[in-house]
Design a protein around this ligand. Sequence first.
Ligand code: EPU
Length: 432
Amino acid sequence: MERYEITGGNRLSGDIVVSGAKNAAVAIIAAAVMVSDVSVIENIPGIVDVEKLYAIVGSLGVRVRKLTCTSVELDCRDIRSFFANCPEMGELRASYYMLGALLGRFGYAKIAMPGGCNFGIRPIDQHVKGLEALGAKVSIGGGYITAEADKLTGARISLDVVTVGATINIMLAATMAVGQTIIENAAQEPHIVDLANFLNACGAKIRGAGTNTIRITGVSQLEGRTYAIIPDQIEAGTYLAAVTGTGGDVVIRNVIPRHLMCITSKLIEMGAEVEDLGDAVRIKRLEPLRRANVRTMPYPGFPTDMQPQITALLCLARGTSIVTEGVWDDRFRYVDQLARMGAHITVKDGRTAVIEGSGRLEAAPLIATDLRAGAAMVIAGLCAKGTTYIEEIRFIERGYEDMVNKLRGLGADISGAGVAAEPIIEQYIRIA
Ligand code: EPU
């Protein structure tokens, strides 16, 4: 069985380069399906979720050609199917972006239900509400979601909750609707802005991405462009948290420091020093780790996708910390794993974790329960006394490119499988 083996205690030092953003990449690959042309996407992360999305778009007739280990050409001129039903559909959440993309371009989409990390119920009512407001007929049954419309027409849509996924699906469909769409209470994450920038580069008319009101004037056609994805905020945040835990001095390159402020401000409160170097940040921790309270919120709040990593860190600080999960109903399932390392965490109502930090963790055999929980276990292992084994690393490799080698480059004692971006030039992915 593939697993990571980590012997804790090494301070991290040196340089590390962050990959392209997972959650921007999966949205932009889907958006490229709307372009009846050839797009080149650069700064693509070499992660399993992206590979799965290539398989999905390939099954629709997209010709996927890897140009380098970080760039891909997507030829979407000859899409032959509007029915996304390959096995990979159920293995990641972002597969549901095929709904908005195919509906927007062709007026019809049928997709198998999406998968993704298990944080309790993951409703799609806001996606349905938004697409119906644009004039689509949406039905769910037999494990499929179908959306169809003779004509999509712009509408004013006020989302009941701030949702990244529904904001993206509505943006995709509305980009090719007739007239103006206004999305109110929209998600403001950096990957929403990146998606809008890609679509606008292709000829879309999207204004206000990054605020809570997005205005989209529909266009009839999009043109292929070359576009570079933003750096991954959460990958950077994970390494920032790792250095805060181990102590040391690291420069994290290929980042947008502004996107990291919601994370770095909390790490500074906990004892880290952070320096903005423009397209990099330097982090060191010389003082003892301090306790803190954290509440996750949609951007620009502290990201839910950093909640497990900060919880692991707070186990290493002395004193009581409270972490409140403000996005998902059930994202503390992993705390049983940290308890195996000696952590004292009590979870109330699935939403609040009270951490009685003792200042230390001890190595233990662990099982990654989802992507970010797995990253938290890596951080815990790097800081713990002894050798930690982490199984089910497939979850971690869904979203972190080459984590083992990146951490080894900083002096961590970690070994195990690791996904490196495939360096094959002009490789064709499976095409249906
Ligand atoms: N929600 C609804 N109805 C909907 C959609 C969402 O009530 O129709 C609720 C959810 O139940 C949740 C909240 O809205 O309570 C936010 O969900 P959102 O739709 O924003 O999540 P998502 O789009 O499914 C993306 C990321 C997640 C990240 C969340 C929140 C991708 C592929 N996934 O999920 O990333 O946790 O936004 O920021 O972009 C990860 O990368 O590890 C990850 C899980």
